[in-house]
Structures are given as C-alpha cells and as structure tokens.
Design a protein around this ligand. Structure first.
Ligand SMILES: [Zn+2]
Length: 446
C-alpha cells in the first residue's frame, strides 16, 4: 500500500446463537465478520447500533477500495453493519435459500420429495414456495420480467397450455434469442392475435431496440400479428407438428402504400451443414387499404341449391396456405456456410431473399430451424404449475411471472435477502425450517 500506514486489522469472529423459547442460548455456528458490500474481512468494531429494542454490536468496513466505491456513489461513510447483515451470514442464508429455491424450481421436483430432503412437511414447503414468490413480487413488480432492457432484436414466440378446472389455458411466451430471457408472457383462455400482440409488446418494452425478427410455429394468430405490426419484420415459421422438415420465412416491407411480402420456403435443416441447398421463394403485394369486405350470408339465389355439391371434394384448409411456397414459389439455390454464418445465393434474386436468409443463418447456424430457446421452458413451467395450489388464471400468471423473474435474473434472490432483513419473519421462519428442522420453538438471536 502506498502512502499512510494502516493499522493491522485482526479478523473478527462471532458466534450465531439460537435462543430457545425457554431462554437458553445455544451456539449455532461461528462466522467471520466481513463487509456485506465488498466481502472483505478488513473490518473494525464500530460501537453499537439499535436493532429492534436492543442494542447490538456494530462493525465498519476498513477496506479502502470499498470506501472509494462508496464515495463515487456520493456516500461519505464506510459501510457499517451488524452481525446478521454481515457478508458471511447473508451468504450462508443465501446459499441455503438458493439451494432450496432451486430445488423448488427444478423440473419435476415434487413438494413431497423436497419436503423429505429438508425434513419438513409438504405443506410447509408449499407455504415456503408461496412466500418466496410473494417476496419476489414485493421486491420487483411482476410486470417487469427483466431488471434492465435487453439487447435482443429477435424473439421466439411460443405457446403451451395447461388445464384449469378442465378448461384449457394458454401460456404465451416470448423469449429473447441473445439473452435467452423470457421477455413477455400472457396467461389466457384464448390465443388470438390480440393475445399474441400483447406478449410481443411486453417483450419490446423489455428490449433496448425494436424487435425485428420473430420465430414461431405456424399458428395463424401469430402470423397475422407479425404481419399487422405494419413495419419491416422477418418472421421465421417452423412447423409445430411432425414432420418438422419445412420452414417458411416471411419478410415484410412497406413500399408505396403496399405491403411487400417475400416468402421463402426451405428445409428446416438448411442451416445445419456447409452445403449447396435449394429453396423456393415468392413475392406478393398487398394494398394497405383493405378491399371492401365480402357480403355476409348466402349469395342470392343459392337457397335452393343442392347441398353436398362441394363436400365431395375435400377442401384443403388451414395451415397448408403458409407452406404453399414450396409448390408455387420459384426455385433457387443457396450456398450455406454455418461456420462463417454466410449464405450465398444464385444470381438475380431479389435483395429481400438474401436479407431474410442472412437473419436465418444468424439465429440458426449449425442448428435446425425450430424453437430452440423456449421449448425446454415449457415443460419446466408445466411441472412447476402442477405443484401449485388452487388455480385461477391470475394466480397462474402471478406464479409464472415470479418464476420467470428468478430464472431471468437469479441474482434477485440476493436482492430479496437485502430487502428483507434477516430479522424479518421470512428468514426466521424459513431458516428454522431449513437449518434445524427438529428444533422447535426457537428464534434467531443477534
Ligand atoms: Zn466493504
């Protein structure tokens, strides 16, 4: 160290006691006193501090770097703290809590199994689950799924469902491709265009830049949602049902009051290996002023027509439409290099084809075109919700949001620890549950 000499500091150790209801104190463990901010054991005594009705021993951080950081933030004094807010104590609890919470969130883990592991009752575990979620909810409003705006420009939109009292309920999720965080979510009885749009809008509120690319399955509401955003977008559509062999990429542009749609059809494994491959494309234009809607009801004079005339031929309906580019589109060739993330196209192709494929190779180099960011989450969500108590659409959404917030930013568990002091009922109750399941009637002492 340069400049003035520092007094040699001696490590401070303290014992954590538990106080039985009878008043008997039992030592629980010894901890080294360290600064909660910098983790340094360079600390000194600092008189006493009021804590509840009593006064407790206080400490102050003597780490010059820590003080420097504080000053930068405009604070004059070094960090002061007490035993139960010191680094090691908090760390101890954080580790316990995190382990337990991870157990609670782990795919397929049952209340019963966890209860057995921690030697407490399943109902206590379920209470604990609720308490953790409530703590998360209080700490961060559930409407913000991420702490800071993410850099994603591409999202995957995906739906899964569960049943609430026999009724199908959809969970619509938007996940960022680069952050791998869930950026938007909605729990709903329907999954129409408006539902999809809400999830998209929430995702965009959580990103720094505008979202330019969406991947999803061929659900028609998602397709119209992306189309009706009314701005330049790329939509990469993969089949949800087997065989997962075809993908369609749509690129929307707006030129002179028209929506210009470039549709490309490729095999889903087109970006997997270095190879020359083929694709199909077509370009369609739509006026943005929609044509007058068709008249309702039957055409005039058709009342007495024999029915069943059309039923002989089975009309192909639904999703076929989106994959028609494979039959109707123009064939072209592309050279794919997933290692360099490049696509070379045969000459004289419209620029929009190249632009769309450049985005595809960016997201799916060396992979198949499919949902590779949120499918795993679906099964986790489902099993997580299976364990939850009474369900309504609101409680389900609340739980999912809390779950996702922790998944997005696991450090939030640390923040919760800071927000709710160790003396709060949360820790007293739950440390008791975790640490000493067989000891009844005791409280933490400082
Ligand atoms: Zn410090």
């Amino acid at each position: 160290m340069i400049g003035r000499k520092f007094k040699k500091l001696v490590e401070i150790w303290r014992t954590i006691f538990v106080v039985m209801m009878s008043g008997v104190q039992n030592p629980l463990l010894k901890i080294k006193i360290r600064c909660p901010d910098c983790g340094s054991p360079m600390v000194g005594p600092n008189g006493t501090k009021k804590s509840g009705k009593r006064r407790v021993e206080s400490f102050i951080c003597k780490n010059p770097d820590c003080l420097k950081k504080k000053r930068k933030k405009g604070r004059k004094k070094a960090r002061q703290f007490i035993k139960t807010t010191s680094y090691e104590f908090k760390e101890l609890i954080r580790v316990k809590l995190k382990a337990l919470y991870e157990d609670l969130l782990r795919d397929g883990a049952k209340n019963k199994t966890i209860a057995k592991k921690y030697n407490v009752s399943p109902s206590q575990i379920s209470a604990l689950r609720t308490e953790i979620e409530t703590a998360i909810e209080k700490h961060r409003k559930l409407d913000s799924l991420v702490e800071v705006s993410q850099l994603d420009k591409a999202i995957a939109v995906d739906e899964t469902f569960l049943k609430i009292e026999g009724k199908k309920v959809y969970i619509i999720i938007a996940t960022g491709y680069s952050s791998r965080k869930v950026l938007g979510i909605k729990v709903s009885f329907s999954r129409n265009e408006k539902d999809m749009r809400e999830v998209f809008d929430e995702a965009e509120r959580n990103t720094r830049y505008r979202i330019a690319t969406v991947t999803s399955d061929a659900w028609s509401s998602t397709i119209s949602m992306v189309k009706n955003l009314g701005r330049e977008m790329i939509h990469i559509i993969h089949k949800h049902k087997k065989p997962h062999d075809k993908a369609v990429i749509k690129r929307y542009e707006y030129i002179d009051g028209e929506r210009v749609i470039t549709t490309i059809g490729v095999k889903t494994n087109v970006t997997k290996k270095r190879a020359k491959r083929q694709g199909h494309y077509m370009i369609t234009k739509e006026s943005l002023n929609p044509p007058p809607s068709k008249k309702c009801g039957r055409p005039k004079g058709s009342k007495n027509k024999r029915k069943g005339k059309t039923s002989g031929k089975k009309k192909k309906r639904g999703r076929k439409g989106i994959f028609k580019v494979f039959d109707k589109g123009k064939k072209f060739y592309l050279k794919v290099d997933p290692y360099r993330k490049t696509v070379k196209l045969s000459k004289n192709l419209p620029a929009s084809v190249g632009a769309a494929l450049a985005e595809v190779i960016k997201l799916f180099a060396r992979k198949s075109i499919q949902n590779n960011v949120s499918e795993n989450l679906n099964s986790i969500l489902k099993s997580h919700l299976k364990l939850c108590g009474p369900k309504t659409i609101e409680t389900v959404e609340r739980r999912i949001r809390a779950f996702i917030i922790v998944r997005n930013d696991p450090e939030i568990l640390d923040d919760i620890r800071i927000a709710r002091n160790v003396r709060g009922s949360f820790y007293i109750n739950n440390l008791k549950l975790i640490e000493l399941p067989n000891m009844e009637n005791w409280v933490m002492s400082e």
